[in-house]
Write a protein that binds this ligand. Sequence first.
Ligand code: NAD
Length: 272
Amino acid sequence: MDDLFSLRDKVAVVTGGAGLLGKQFCAALASYGARVAAIDLLSVQKGPFPERWETLTASGQIRLFRTDITQREDLERCLAEIQQMWGVPEILINNAAIDSPPDAPAEENGPFETYPEKSLDRVLAVNVKGTWIACQVFGGAMAVAGRGSIINIASTYGLVSPNQDIYEYKRRAGQEWYKPAAYATTKSAVLNLTRYLSTYWAKKGVRVNTLTPAGIYVSQDKEFLEEYTKRIPVGRMAESHEMNGAVVFLASNASSYMTGSNLVVDGGWTAW
Ligand SMILES: NC(=O)c1ccc[n+]([C@@H]2O[C@H](COP(=O)([O-])OP(=O)(O)OC[C@H]3O[C@@H](n4cnc5c(N)ncnc54)[C@H](O)[C@@H]3O)[C@@H](O)[C@H]2O)c1
């Protein structure tokens, strides 16, 4: 039982590893013994930092690779480097994704009818195509090696629609503001890519599951927090470390009979 959650000697890849949840996932996997390749466009990392981040990066147990997941050749180069350094990865967390940031052009958070095609292409390229290519490159190598666990990060907004009533306060203040459909569309796509690959690689020993988080607290504005938290059964947003248990579970032998599933960690958001 002691070793049920152990990731000792396993090699993990976390895309978007410099981001809010990505850093948490890297530190959690490393704390359970894995060597972790954090893949991200960014090299400069901003906080908040997980516990032991400094130690784990300084010791080389977590290594950052500046790579764009939408570029197949870059990911192939990255795989070759990781393989040479540590061996074939056994864990892949497809965590990198983009949404419309608060400073996005107004039309990205405007009505569905006028959402820009260019923005749709960008969101699809990272969230769907990037995840897809990472599965081909890293998942393909895992299937050849005959073992692996892939965890695709979705969102409650891939299961249910964003509740646009949350943003009524913005519209009352004169902004025509809607949570865009592009992000939600990509997160639903991730759920079925999981199901497809879980059956496709089942006999090859590669498990594929989705982890579905709800909103993470990062000092959002007061009105948003009020509107969001009154709609969530537990009455608060998640802290960034609160997905770590699910990630370690899905990565480890503790979930050895689980594939094609979706683990929802959402404070009850989708329960009512
Ligand atoms: N934060 C939330 O409230 C929340 C809620 C539900 C689901 N999620 C999901 O969790 C995951 C992580 O979210 P986060 O809040 O940590 O986001 P984040 O923006 O903090 O991190 C995402 C990281 O991905 C990287 N990235 C973007 N495009 C890339 C590319 N082409 N190649 C390589 N790296 C790239 C970014 O540089 C960034 O570091 C995402 O899949 C997101 O959809 C987040």
